[in-house]
Each structure stands twice: as structure tokens, then as C-alpha cells.
Design a protein around this ligand. Structure first.
Ligand SMILES: *Cc1c(COP(=O)(O)O)cnc(C)c1O
Length: 424
């Protein structure tokens, strides 16, 4: 099936007399006739549900739809995008390990890698995503466990050379994890270009209505953990916390990674998505192809108008001919990039603040990828913990405005931008 059809009908095939829409199974627990039956579920011997922290039918149906959209073999919903990245990372890296990440990534994810994972004993080397292959290869160590990057970085809007990163990861025997939040599976399928695991903040375009926080991890099933049993011991040797199950043997290459993330990490960390949020997410998924196309169309119109405005010093949008990433975007996402545009304002920070206060249609929000247009000055909000040096390294200069184009009328948005820019 094509993506439009999967968005509507994927993940759930109702039987005779079943609800047409994915139903909300808002129950913490599930009833069984015998202790023996339940024991089989606990031992991962049988399929079924017993407690919603360890699995819920609504969440599983929506996860299955996202797996189908990405062309993956298995998926797991999480309570937020941050939880998706944390679980995806921690599932294969622990104390004493090392990882490699693009430096231009979401501020929260940068903090997971630079601070929280560090406290758990995982060291991260950040690399410029546009570094040479030699520089990238030089970042690896004996104990490197994965490589990470964002398809389109939030908020730097760099477009990842997925094939370059996948090649380096695979030549060092580790998987490439890609956060595909901004491109969405509608515009890009990173598995086609060598990524092994995909994460999403479903809070963004997938929900798209500013209504439900959530995340998702998808496995391609392509990475062969059993080729490196020493490196990925937890996937290839008995899990004593689960009666000695060996994930790669029991669930195969297509299921091992997600089964472990769920059975072990979700059980212990409990960062579940609620069935109600999964239901809302699914409503968003149904219209995702229609909305993403409109977001991209509006963003291109806004980017072109900004380019012509004398109070704008630079415009960054990979869908704009002449952009540094235009050709790469055409290769990885020929149908469009995303709805987020960034630009620099003449007069720096004070002008940026004046400009934001003058906006009437776009609102000031710590959010992106929503039906409503929103605008942010990262250096004074999401990225304020960073030093000036880190800001440059993360691709977020002090004069950068992040503008997330919504689904409003493009002319209204452009008029609003022009009047706010005239006010500075
Ligand atoms: C928003 C975002 C996240 C974090 O997601 P939450 O749902 O806010 O936890 C991670 N990665 C990217 C690229 C994001 O835009």
C-alpha cells in the first residue's frame, strides 16, 4: 500500500462487527481465567496483554501503523520524543560505552547525550554533520555502540547525509539511529538509505494539532546484532531479568531490538504513551500526508517572501533553491522537507524580541510542526543553557528565528511577517 492508504488503514484491520476506528482500550490491566495463562505472558511465551505499562492494544495498533509507514519490522510508542530517544540509546549503550552523534540536533537530545547519558557512564563524541568521511571515522572507538543524527535537524535545519553516516556506522559494526521527526515518513524513509533504527517525537507533525505528547521507536530489522555478539551482549545472550530469554533467538532480527526495549526498559522506566494519547496521535496520522504537503507549500512561500525582505539577513530552508542542503534534500526527500524555516534578523537579539512581540498570526511558543504557526528565538529559550560556542556548534546562532509554518493561509502569514519585520 502507498503511504496515504497506510495512514488511513494501517495498523488495524477490524473483524466482522468490530469498531471501525482504532478503539481506545483505556484499561491498566487485563483479566485471565488462570494464573498459568498469565504466567505465559509474563515469560514472553504467549502473545497478549496483562498490564498497560508492558503493552496496550491501542498503543500497539498505532505503533504498527508507524512501523508500516517507515517500512520497519516493529515499533514501540513512548510517552514523548525524549523518551523514544532515551530508550533507543539506552537499549544498546550502557556504562563504559561510547557513542557518536551529529552535533546539530534537538537541544533536549543534545542534553541526553552530553549530560544524562554521561552520568550513566556513556561518553558521546559530537561531530559536525558535514564533516568529511575521514573525520567521521576518526570519531569511533573500540567501545562505540551507535551513531545518531536527525534527518532534518531541529532547529538548525541541516539535512543529514544519511548514506555517509550509515556507511561509517556499518563499517564500524554499529547501527545508525535517525530521528525522523521533522521529515516524517511522508517525506523521507531513512531505512531506504541505510538507517537501522528510527525515532520520532510524535508530538510534532504526526499529532500535528498540539494535542498529545508522544514518541515512537521503529526498527528496520536490518542490523544483524548476532554478527557482534560481544558488542551487543544484551540482545544476544540470556536476559536473566526475563528468565534467560535471548532476544535475537526468540524474536529474530526483526523483533529483538523492540522486544528488548519494551520487555526491559519500558518495564523498568515506565515511559509509556497513554492509550488516549495514542488515539489522538492516530487521528493525526490519518491526515498526515495532506497536512505535510500543505506545511511544505506554506513554508516555501514564506521562505521566498523572507528572502525578499530587507530586514532579513539570511533564510535557511532546504526546500529553497540555492540552499546549502537543497541538492541533498532533493535526494532524500524529493517531495518536500518540512514546514520549519529559520532566518536571521537585522539587528540581532533586540530586534528579534521586537519582531516577535509584533507578530499577530504567529504565536510565540516552544513548539514546532503544529497546525498553528509558531515562532521561537532559540538562543533565549530552548538553547539558553548553551554557551555561545555550543550555540554555533549546534548551528543555532544568536540571531536565529525559528518559524514553524502552520496550515493557515500563506498570504496571511506573509502579511503578518512583513508587518512585524517593518516594526523593527
Ligand atoms: C521535539 C523533538 C524531540 C523531543 O520530543 P518531545 O515529544 O518534546 O519529548 C526530539 N527530537 C526532535 C527532532 C524534536 O523536534
Amino acid at each position: 500500500m502507498k503511504k496515504e492508504t497506510i495512514c488511513i488503514q494501517g495498523g488495524y484491520v477490524p473483524g466482522n462487527g468490530d469498531p471501525r476506528q482504532i478503539p481506545i482500550i483505556q484499561s491498566t490491566t487485563f483479566k485471565y481465567d488462570s494464573a498459568d495463562e498469565m504466567a505465559k505472558l509474563f515469560d514472553l511465551e504467549a502473545d497478549g496483554y496483562f498490564y498497560s505499562r508492558c503493552g496496550n492494544p491501542t498503543c500497539d495498533m498505532v505503533a504498527k501503523k508507524i512501523a508500516e509507514l517507515e517500512g520497519g519490522t516493529a515499533a514501540l510508542l513512548t510517552g514523548s520524543g525524549m523518551a523514544a530517544n532515551l530508550l533507543a540509546f539506552f537499549n544498546i549503550a550502557g556504562a563504559g560505552d561510547h557513542v557518536v552523534s551529529s552535533s546539530t540536533i534537538y537541544g533536549g537530545t543534545y542534553n541526553i547525550l552530553s549530560t544524562t547519558m554521561k552520568r550513566m557512564g556513556v561518553e558521546c563524541t559530537f561531530v559536525d554533520p558535514d564533516c568529511s568521511e575521514e573525520e567521521l571515522n576518526a570519531a569511533f572507538k573500540e567501545n562505540t555502540k551507535f551513531v545518531f543524527g536527525e534527518t532534518i535537524a531541529n532547529p538548525a535545519l541541516t539535512v543529514l547525509d544519511i548514506e555517509k553516516f550509515a556507511k561509517a556506522a556499518h563499517s564500524h559494526g554499529v547501527p545508525l539511529i535517525v530521528d525522523n521527526t521533522f521529515a516524517t515518513p511522508i517525506n523521507c524513509n531513512p531505512f531506504k538509505f541505510g538507517a537501522d533504527i528510527i525515532t520520532h517525537s510524535t508530538t510534532k507533525y504526526m499529532d500535528g494539532h498540539g494535542a498529545a505528547l508522544g514518541g515512537c521507536i521503529v526498527d528496520s530489522g536490518n542490523f544483524d546484532w548476532t554478527k557482534y555478539p560481544e558488542k551487543f551482549k544484551d540482545l544476544c545472550t540470556p536476559d536473566e531479568s526475563y528468565h534467560g530469554v535471548i532476544y535475537t533467538e526468540k524474536f529474530g532480527l526483526g523483533g529483538a531490538y523492540i522486544a528488548k526495549a519494551n520487555a526491559q526498559l519500558m518495564r523498568d522506566l515506565g515511559t509509556v504513551q497513554s492509550p488516549f494519547n495514542a488515539y489522538i496521535l492516530n487521528l493525526g496520522l490519518e491526515s498526515l500526508p495532506v497536512r505535510v504537503a500543505r506545511h511544505c507549500e506554506n513554508a516555501l512561500a514564506v521562505a521566498k517572501a523572507l528572502e525578499e525582505n530587507p530586514n532579513v539577513t539570511w533564510v535557511n530552508y532546504a526546500g529553497l533553491p540555492g540552499n546549502k542542503y537543497y541538492d541533498r534534500a532533493q535526494k532524500y526527500m524529493p517531495n518536500g522537507t518540512c514546514g520549519v524555516v529559520s532566518f536571521g534578523i537585522k539587528g540581532g537579539k533586540p530586534a528579534a524580541e521586537k519582531f516577535m512581540a509584533a507578530l499577530k498570526v504567529a504565536s510565540i511558543e516552544t513548539h514546532v510542526a503544529d497546525a498553528r504557526t509558531c515562532c521561537l528565538h532559540p538562543a533565549s529559550t530552548t538553547h539558553r543553557q548553551m554557551t555561545d560556542e555550543q550555540l554555533i556548534e549546534a548551528g543555532v546562532p544568536g540571531d536565529l528565528i525559528r518559524y514553524s509554518t502552520g496550515l493557515e493561509n500563506a498570504e496571511d502569514l506573509i502579511n503578518d511577517l512583513n508587518q512585524a519585520l517593518a516594526s523593527i
